[in-house]
Ligand binder design. Structure first.
Ligand SMILES: C[C@H](O)[C@H](O)[C@H]1CNC2=NC(N)=NC(=O)C2=N1
Length: 112
C-alpha cells in the first residue's frame, strides 16, 4: 500500500461510508501522533502541533489550509501562540472517512 498521504481522496458526501473499526486499526498506525476523539457523537482525528511562536503556528496553519483547499476537504484549525490544533472529520457524513486519515498524514508532512 502506498504511503497514506499519497493515497487519493474519494468523494465523501452525506451517504459515504464511515470507517469501520477494522479500517481504523489499519489506518491509524500511519498517523501515530493523532488522537481519535468524539465530540457530539462525532468521531474526529486531532493533533496539537507545537511551534516556537505565533508566526510559525500561523504559517503552518496556512500550509494546512493549502492542502485542504487542494483536496476540497477541510479541518477545524485552532491557531494560538506556539501551537495549532488540527481536527479532521467529514462534516456532511458526521464522522470519520478514510479521507480524514489521508489528510492527517498530509498534515504531518507540512509540519516540518
Ligand atoms: C460545499 C463544500 O464542498 C463541502 O462543504 C465540503 C467542503 N469541505 C469539507 N470538509 C470536510 N472535512 N467535510 C465535508 O463534508 C466537507 N464538505
Amino acid at each position: 500500500m502506498s504511503h497514506l498521504s499519497e493515497q487519493p481522496c474519494e468523494a465523501c458526501g452525506w451517504d459515504a461510508p464511515q470507517v469501520t473499526s477494522a479500517e481504523i486499526d489499519e489506518l491509524k498506525p500511519g498517523i501515530p501522533e493523532w488522537q481519535i476523539v468524539e465530540r457530539d457523537g462525532i468521531m474526529q482525528l486531532e493533533r496539537v502541533f507545537k511551534f516556537r511562536n505565533f508566526k510559525q503556528a500561523l504559517a503552518f496553519t496556512n500550509r494546512v489550509g493549502e492542502i485542504a483547499e487542494e483536496a476540497g476537504h477541510h479541518p477545524a484549525l485552532l491557531t494560538e501562540w506556539g501551537k495549532t490544533t488540527v481536527t479532521w472529520w467529514s462534516h456532511e457524513m458526521k464522522g470519520l472517512h478514510k479521507n480524514d486519515f489521508i489528510l492527517a498524514a498530509r498534515t504531518d508532512e507540512v509540519a516540518e
